[in-house]
Design a protein around this ligand. Structure first.
Ligand code: 5GP
Ligand code: MN
Length: 332
């Protein structure tokens, strides 16, 4: 993979550009994709954003969300957009296996692929050029850097600021994780000087719950949170049967994994969810505990040092057992 600068001369002429991001897109995935979209269209490019599957409801306010294609519901249109494109931007994921159904058409595509991402261990040989920096707070911050590197900070309008703020906010846990550097705050100051109204974004993302979701979180914490006798880790495991009565929407389990970490002494939190026979896992840790390697080694996953994900092909109960037999090994 060449440095990102290799794309600058290619972007000097109007191009057809396809942008995609990881499955179960979160605010950083969508914010970076739409932030880049709002920049590139101002440069005269024709841009399509496509996501592998459904978005959580709390992101449906984002500017230009109505233009985003969903591969699961519109596979033909996505494939046509890939075929018609000159260039493909891959944002907020490190490996083509992270884009579900889009993996096959994207791997087969002969167009140049560009990576902008902050996960560990990128699949570097499938990208023509790009930037991969696990020290960055968010891919949104990297899009901000990219636009400035292109010399176009004057094109950063309110739509771009709204999109990039959202992903930086959620990927930093509202500006509290260690990756919240001075540069992140400088970026936010830049947006504020240009009139960004940030509190509306917090409302959209954090204060837009349904009463049903609130009750579900209450149930999960009261009935399903298992804190280890050592007090060092907490597991919330939810089977399909546990979740059925709540009629959950996409995004309703988002953030649930963080709750056990708010307990003093808990250093690792794990959320296990069973949906349509698939078992998904989310890992979070405090300090010097590497859940990314843990997820990669034992649960077909990966991610960041303190926030990772994975999946399991064992049954629900067997997954919990496997997890409990291993998790103690990474906690001092
Ligand atoms: P979440 O727990 O929010 O689903 O994911 C946490 C982090 O781990 C995200 O940065 C996400 O991109 C990454 N991640 C989640 N699931 C997987 C997975 O199955 N494989 C890999 N490599 N990364 C994952
Ligand atoms: Mn991210």
């Amino acid at each position: 993979m060449h440095p990102i600068e290799y794309i600058f001369p290619i972007l000097a002429e109007p191009k057809k550009i396809f942008i995609t991001t990881h499955q179960k897109p979160d605010a950083d995935a969508l914010g970076s994709s739409l932030g880049l979209y709002h920049y590139l269209i101002q440069k005269g490019h024709e841009v399509t954003v496509a996501i592998p599957n459904e978005l959580p409801d709390f992101l449906h306010w984002m500017p230009a969300i109505e233009t985003v294609l969903n591969y699961e519901s519109e596979p033909k249109m996505c494939e046509q957009a890939i075929a018609a494109s000159d260039l493909i931007f891959c944002l907020d994921f490190n490996h083509l296996s992270r884009i579900k159904g889009l993996e096959a058409p994207l791997r087969a595509a002969t167009q140049l692929r560009v990576l902008i991402d902050h996960h560990l261990q990128p699949e570097a040989d499938v990208f023509f050029c790009g930037t991969s920096n696990p020290d960055k707070s968010s891919t949104c911050e990297m899009i901000f850097d990219f636009i400035r590197q292109c010399g176009d900070e004057d094109l950063i309008n309110n739509a771009i600021a709204q999109c990039l703020y959202t992903g930086a906010m959620t990927d930093t846990g509202s500006f509290r994780f260690p990756a919240t550097t001075a540069s992140v705050h400088e970026m936010i100051a830049f947006f504020k000087h240009r009139g960004l109204e940030h509190s509306i974004i917090h409302q959209h993302v954090y204060d837009s719950w349904s009463a049903n979701r609130m009750r579900f979180i209450g149930y999960a914490l009261h009935q399903k949170m298992d804190i280890a006798p050592s007090g060092k880790y907490g597991i919330i495991a939810l089977s399909s049967k546990d979740m059925e009565p709540f009629n959950l929407m996409s995004g309703d389990t988002e953030g649930l994994v963080n709750y056990p970490l708010s307990i003093e002494g808990v250093q690792v939190a794990v959320l296990i969810t069973e949906k349509n026979g698939e078992i998904k896992m989310s890992f979070r840790s405090k300090g010097n505990i590497d859940v990314s390697t843990f997820a990669r080694t034992h649960f077909n996953g990966g991610g960041h040092f303190n926030a990772a994900g994975g999946r399991s092909d064992l049954g629900f109960e067997a997954t919990i057992e496997k997890l409990k037999s291993l998790i103690g090994n990474i906690i001092p």
